[in-house]
Design a protein around this ligand. Structure first.
Ligand SMILES: Cc1cc2nc3c(=O)[nH]c(=O)nc-3n(C[C@H](O)[C@H](O)[C@H](O)COP(=O)(O)O)c2cc1C
Length: 357
């Protein structure tokens, strides 16, 4: 039986275990969207994960969603990530950058620009801004001719990620951000080649992934998806058909993986496993609340055919999560107030499990 602690060959990378650190935005970037020494410490502390996926990283200023998030679109940003990837590698780890274009989930207070999206339909809910949460603004609908440059921005960020020493990139196609907005039938009301039919709604995702594969190779390219999640009002009404069509287009690209975000719909995940020939990372539907992690849920998904399991919140207060899971040690609770507050407290202040002397 496969366990979380078995090795896994991911393209050219040998992962010593099947525990993936899920991408988590922590808003600790410096001025100009640069990575900081604290970020290097944070990721290096977690290098025993089989694979680390960073927080969402914007591929352009207009692609920035939250204030305080890092980018991969300036030379200064590229240089700032090098100490992060070096520190992770020095500790024996592997790290992918998550490329995240926020699309309509953004705000002029953050970027100085009106956000863009598939259609002039605002996200449902409030977005973070430097001046506190504000209602999501109405985005500008991208012209047909502008769409390819936003798809290519993922590939350009991927090239910069390689320069910065990352082992690969994960395109953020989940949770209501730009790729997910194009997939949605409520965020995307377009009538051109990027909207309407399933073939049109998956076009942006396929262009973004294909451009990235062309730039850095399939084995260095993963994508995160959240079928049916409907986050920020980006609803999908035809989940099995939509994702079936998307996976069929992506299957020949020899991708590093697809990463399925927490969903309660086990049937959908099982269906996608059958349709996806490559590596599948599952972020199980761990219940929100005090129970942060659940080895039984991980084993369940490995049994159903997941190759790797990602853990998010449990990594926040447990840099040595792999060892704690392996030895059934207590999992330290996270402090939600520190998720997005900035500073080192609740970020790099957690230590490995202290055994009694
Ligand atoms: C503080 C925080 C920030 C997150 N930021 C991101 C992000 O930048 N990109 C992403 O794809 N998911 C993000 N997520 C979702 C996590 O990757 C993960 O899917 C979610 O927390 C559920 O997994 P868990 O139960 O193991 O925490 C975030 C979650 C948390 C708690």
């Amino acid at each position: 039986m496969t366990t979380l602690f078995d090795r896994y060959q991911l393209g050219a990378l040998t992962l010593p275990n099947r525990v993936v650190m899920a991408p988590m935005t922590r808003v600790r970037a410096g001025e100009g969207g640069v990575a900081t020494p604290s970020m290097a410490t944070y990721y290096a502390q977690r290098a025993t994960a089989g694979l680390i996926v960073t927080e969402g990283v914007q591929p352009s200023l207009i692609g920035q969603s939250n204030p305080g998030t890092p980018g991969l679109h300036t030379d200064e940003q590229v240089a700032s990530w090098r100490p992060v990837t070096d520190a992770v590698h020095a500790n024996g780890g592997r790290i992918f950058a998550q490329i995240m274009h926020g699309g309509r989930v953004s705000h002029p207070d953050t970027t100085g620009m009106q956000p863009v999206g598939p259609s002039a339909v605002p996200a449902v809910g409030e977005v973070f801004t430097p001046n506190g949460p504000k209602p999501a603004p109405v985005p500008r609908a991208l012209e047909t001719a502008e769409v390819p440059e936003h798809a290519r921005s993922y590939a350009e960020a991927a090239l910069r990620a390689m320069e910065a020493g990352f082992d690969g990139v994960e395109l953020h196609g989940a949770n209501g951000y730009l790729i997910s907005q194009f997939l949605s039938s409520t965020a995307n009301l377009r009538t051109d080649i990027y909207g309407g039919s399933i073939a049109n709604r998956i076009r942006f995702a396929v262009e973004a992934v294909s451009a990235t594969v062309e730039a850095v190779g399939g084995r260095r390219t993963g994508i995160r998806l959240s079928p049916g999640a409907g986050i920020w009002g980006a609803e999908e009404t035809d989940v099995p058909e939509l994702y079936g069509a998307l996976l069929a287009e992506l299957a020949p690209l020899d991708l590093a993986y697809i990463h399925l975000e927490a969903t309660t719909d086990e049937e959908v995940l099982v269906g996608l496993r059958k349709e996806w020939p490559g590596t599948l990372i599952v972020n199980p539907a761990f219940p929100m609340g005090p129970r942060q992690t659940d080895k039984a849920a991980a084993d369940h998904w490995l049994g159903l055919g997941a190759d790797l399991i990602s853990f998010g919140r449990a990594f926040i207060a447990n840099p040595d999560l792999v060892e704690r899971l392996r030895q059934n040690l207590p999992i330290a609770p996270y402090d939600e107030s520190t998720w997005y507050q900035g500073g080192d407290a609740g970020y790099i202040t957690y230590s490995a499990y202290q055994h009694a002397a």
